[in-house]
Design a binder for this molecule. Structure first.
Ligand code: 10D
Ligand code: SF4
Length: 317
């Protein structure tokens, strides 16, 4: 059995930055550093930071006044920032700048009086945060649409002043029929010049599609809460290739590999490379052959630390 690795895979620039923010905050201020929500949706990352003194909470009410708190990469609604300020918390915001860009778009639509279709998965923390940026007298004129059926059923107040925005990790294939239906129904629909689906999502989804075309089994390494990892598994399955999402090597089942000749492996944007290395090692213990690392798009995106944290790192306070 051959092993083929997708490229690019694993950490994106927003995840690298978010993890570094927690690590630098721990270096400068010591434990505990509170983190609102999992900094990224990966169990290994969260457990490692917890071992260093990060305390993960879902609500700021769980954070003592005047503590250090980091907001997760998925972003927050403005009311969360206001609550942090009211409680005297020192905040370092790890919201990915590309999620922040969608927040700004949605805020602008609200100010300009446009109704918004937010294409994404209802209840996901990124969507919850983005919804919060649509405020003002029109606050209820934003609608979450997750699939073509919901797009066909959508009722809006004024289809002539309608815009869309998307979750950054949505599927580049699944968005097409949704947009097609919306554009047919609401010809005046406006949107971002390019969809809000980020570069890292697009590159990982293209790479898995290419991989699935030549493999008879796909493994995606990522945690169940990770939307972008879930999308990678779905894209492989949509190509009629057996595909499993696993958190770590111990979840591998020998029966999956019977009769398989070429297994493709990738990892979500929040998955550390060490987890993939462990999966490859386990498959090789079970008799797999050498590893082919597929060529792919090179990513050069790097996001700077928030200015307040960079300053604190320099001064030590
Ligand atoms: O669930 P998800 O794919 O949105 O998040 P995860 O933490 O797995 O990956 C990073 C992606 C972010 C923060 C959304 F942009
Ligand atoms: Fe940012 Fe994209 Fe990574 Fe999300 S997946 S953290 S939007 S770079």
């Amino acid at each position: 059995m051959q092993i083929v690795l997708a490229n690019p895979r694993g950490f994106c620039a927003g995840v690298e930055r978010a993890i570094e923010i927690v690590e630098r905050a721990l270096d400068v201020f010591g434990a505990p550093v509170y983190v609102r929500h999992e900094i990224v949706h990966n169990r290994h990352v969260v457990d490692s930071l917890r071992a260093r003194g990060a305390l993960f909470v879902e609500e700021l009410a769980q954070v003592p006044e005047h503590s250090i708190v980091v907001f997760s990469a998925h972003g927050i609604a403005p009311r969360v920032r206001a609550e942090a300020d009211a409680r005297g918390l020192r905040v370092f915001d790890a919201t990915c700048p590309l999620v922040g860009k969608v927040h700004m778009e949605v805020g602008r639509h609200a100010r300009d009086g446009r109704e918004v279709v937010l294409i994404g998965h209802a209840g996901h923390p990124e969507i919850v945060g983005t919804l919060g940026h649509y405020s003002g007298p029109n606050a209820r004129a934003i609608h979450v649409v997750g699939n073509a059926e919901e797009a066909a059923r959508l009722q809006v107040r004024d289809g002539t002043r309608l815009a869309y925005a998307t979750q950054t990790t949505f599927s580049i294939d699944d968005i097409k029929p949704i947009l097609h239906i919306l554009q047919e129904r609401f010809p005046a629909l406006t949107g971002p010049r390019k969809e809000d689906i980020c570069y890292a999502t697009q590159n990982r989804q293209s790479a898995i599609k290419e991989l699935a075309a030549t493999c008879d089994l796909i493994l995606v390494i990522g945690s169940p809460a990770s939307a972008n990892s879930q999308r990678l598994r779905e894209i492989a399955a949509q190509q009629h290739v057996a595909a499993h999402l696993i958190d770590h090597a111990d979840q591998l089942q020998r029966a999956w590999f019977e009769g398989r000749r070429r297994v493709g492996i990738t990892s979500g944007a929040s998955t550390p490379e060490v987890l993939l290395t462990q999966v490859v090692a386990r498959l090789q213990e079970w008799g797999a052959g050498p590893v082919e690392n597929r060529p792919g798009v090179r990513e050069h995106v790097v996001f700077a630390l928030p200015r307040e944290l960079a300053g604190a790192v320099r001064s030590g306070t």
